[in-house]
Design a protein around this ligand. Structure first.
Ligand code: FMN
Length: 385
């Protein structure tokens, strides 16, 4: 695909991003696990959902606003946590958080971010969400939560689909997960030199590229790979539902479990008293062969109907009308990961803002063409069986 003059779709942002960042970084973001069946299906499943078109209704005004945990949002979308996302643009998470705040949607800062909680907090006055991975060292987890609280993070997104880091072949191919060797180091240097703008603007002027939230806990780490190896070793495969009880003693704000795909787990989440969950397969980066999220969503939403939870979904959301499909299938909102990461790589803060503006325009356009005026009123009746 040739580089577009003006990006107009997810594929356009992706094409520009690919030309801007080193190949190993692009591969890290773009790839999924194993044969990437779930990654592909996530996108395809939204496309299979069919919308109904009603005509001759006054659709001159459309209402797409919502509230997440009491706070208003311009539309029901949040920026998903994207590890290393900040390495796609200069101090990338700061830029993305600012764009999200200006547009009026939540930004989620992940545990393995480049910019720390404090750096993002200092750059925006709008509260953001913090994503937590349970680390073996619970003392560090406790400290991270204290820092998130001090930064007034308005929700805790606790990711539960990473009992083990899955096998991502793109990272193996690019030497991201193998033991360092002269060959992979040289290939890395070559990939960086092929993107001099990134080298200058992001790595040199925007550095250091370290895991901002974790640097004090890994004093000897200097390269991103050192941090990644430390985090991968810290992921705790023993995490279970009792840890959620513990988490609730450490965090008094809303807790969102991210990575549910089974109705039984959705019911357990409701029983344990969390405020919401994300129907997610980690963007096709964890268990390959799972259901695409558009397919899983109605089962999970149905399982907790009437219990007051906020049901979110992510994976393959590429276009404004995917938000309508998600709403019709039972979601209160969506998260998007790669879309903001590519918009960031392509255009920084302005790029992320522009992408959000496109999503809003696509959403309003589709709603009107369906003969609907309020997104909140969209339900399964607006879909063809
Ligand atoms: C490069 C990359 C890094 C990610 N890192 C995290 C992370 O640190 N924590 C997390 O909960 N999810 C992480 N995710 C998953 C996203 O939060 C989200 O579930 C996924 O990207 C949604 O799919 P989409 O990219 O098709 O929108 C990551 C996704 C990508 C693409």
């Amino acid at each position: 695909m040739s580089k577009p003059l003006v990006p107009a779709s997810f594929e356009d942002w992706r094409t520009i991003a690919k030309a801007r960042v080193p190949s190993f970084l692009f591969g890290f973001v773009d790839g999924g696990s194993f044969d990437e069946d779930t990654l592909r299906e996530n996108v395809a499943a939204w496309r299979r959902v069919r919308l109904r078109q009603y005509v001759l209704r006054d659709v001159s005004a459309t209402d797409i606003g919502t509230r997440f945990f009491g706070r208003p949002a311009t539309m029901p979308l949040a920026l998903a946590p994207v590890g290393l996302g900040g390495s796609l643009g200069r101090r990338g998470e700061v830029q993305a958080a600012r764009a999200a705040a200006a547009f009026g949607v939540p930004f989620t800062l992940c545990t393995p971010a480049i910019c720390s909680i404090e750096e993002v907090r200092a750059a925006t006055s709008t509260p953001f969400w913090f994503q937590l991975y349970m680390l073996r060292d619970r003392g560090i987890v406790r400290e991270l939560l204290q820092r998130a609280r001090a930064a007034q993070c308005s929700a805790l997104v606790f990711t539960v689909d990473l009992a083990r880091v899955s096998i991502r072949r793109s990272d193996i191919r690019h030497g991201m997960t193998s033991a360092p060797s002269t060959r992979t180091a040289l290939a890395r240097v070559k990939a960086v030199l092929a993107r001099p703008n990134w080298l200058w603007n992001v790595a040199l002027k925007g550095g250091p590229l370290v895991f901002g939230n974790l640097k004090e806990y890994v004093p000897k780490a200097t390269r991103l790979e050192d941090f990644k190896a430390w985090v991968d070793a810290q992921f705790d495969p023993s995490v279970n539902w009792q840890d959620i009880e513990w988490l609730r003693t450490q965090w008094d704000g809303p807790i969102i479990l991210k990575g549910l795909l089974e109705a039984e787990d959705a019911r357990l989440a409701a029983d344990i008293g969390v405020q919401g969950f994300v129907v997610s397969n980690h963007g096709g980066r964890q268990l390959d062969g799972t259901a695409p999220t558009a397919e899983a969503l109605p089962r999970l939403a149905g399982a907790v109907a009437g219990r007051g939870l906020t049901v979110l979904v992510d994976g393959g959301i590429r276009c404004g009308h995917d938000l309508i499909k998600a709403r019709a299938l039972g979601a209160d909102g969506v998260l998007a990961g790669r879309p903001w990461a590519y918009a960031m790589a392509a255009g920084g803060e302005a790029g992320v803002h522009q992408w959000l503006t496109h999503m809003e325009a696509e959403l309003r356009n589709t709603l009107g063409l369906m003969g609907q005026t309020r997104l909140a009123d969209v339900g399964p009746d607006q879909l063809l069986p």
